[in-house]
Design a protein around this ligand. Structure first.
Ligand code: PNS
Length: 167
């Protein structure tokens, strides 16, 4: 029955998607029927990858999964969650350092709308130390990030940083 299916929103910048994000997606699908991966389109932040590139990489990583939708949003997350007829925000937790930020965000989202619940899942321990930021940092200096992101993301990172060197 369509109306009973639970949809969770997994928001973030995903600049770019990493194996840590993919671990949360796979765990999220153990709990929820559908996931909407929602990329924040924030013109104030200067991402490495455009919104279309980020969407494309996520779609490529998860292609063929009918229970996943990839979308973009701007404005308040809680408004987007309700607009998508959900009441669940899914977030990943890595080491202790994530906790303070996530706790603050969850409480603010709760203050903004009490009907929306935040659910946290731990990434697989293999990805505990990785983030999009640290991946970009290593890749920008030619570091080998293979095995931490999907292969085509690694290729895109190499392409992006070699183009930047040329420019
Ligand atoms: O990938 P990130 O940086 O951890 O994602 C952060 C994100 C996009 C989830 C967060 O910045 C967000 O929800 N922004 C939307 C604006 C909003 O609703 N802010 C109020 C709650 S803190």
């Amino acid at each position: 029955m369509e109306s009973c299916r639970k949809t969770a929103i997994y928001p973030g910048f995903f600049d770019p998607i990493t194996n840590g994000h993919l671990s949360i997606v796979s765990r999220g699908l153990d709990l929820f029927d559908r996931l909407i991966i929602a990329i924040l389109n924030n013109p104030k932040k200067e991402p490495l990858f455009s919104i279309d590139e980020r969407m494309g990489m996520i779609q490529e990583a998860l292609k063929g999964n009918p229970n996943i939708e990839v979308d973009t949003f701007d404005g308040l997350l809680v408004d987007y969650v309700l607009h998508k007829k959900s009441n669940i925000i899914l977030r990943g937790l890595r080491a202790l350092s994530d906790f303070e930020y996530e706790f603050q965000m969850a409480l603010m989202n709760r203050k903004l709308n009490r009907d929306v619940q935040s659910v946290f899942l731990m990434t697989d321990y293999k990805w505990f130390y990785i983030s999009s930021t640290i991946i970009k940092e290593a890749a920008s200096f030619g570091g080998d990030v293979s095995g931490l992101v999907p292969k085509f993301v690694n290729n895109k990172l190499k392409e992006k940083f070699s183009n930047r060197k040329k420019a």
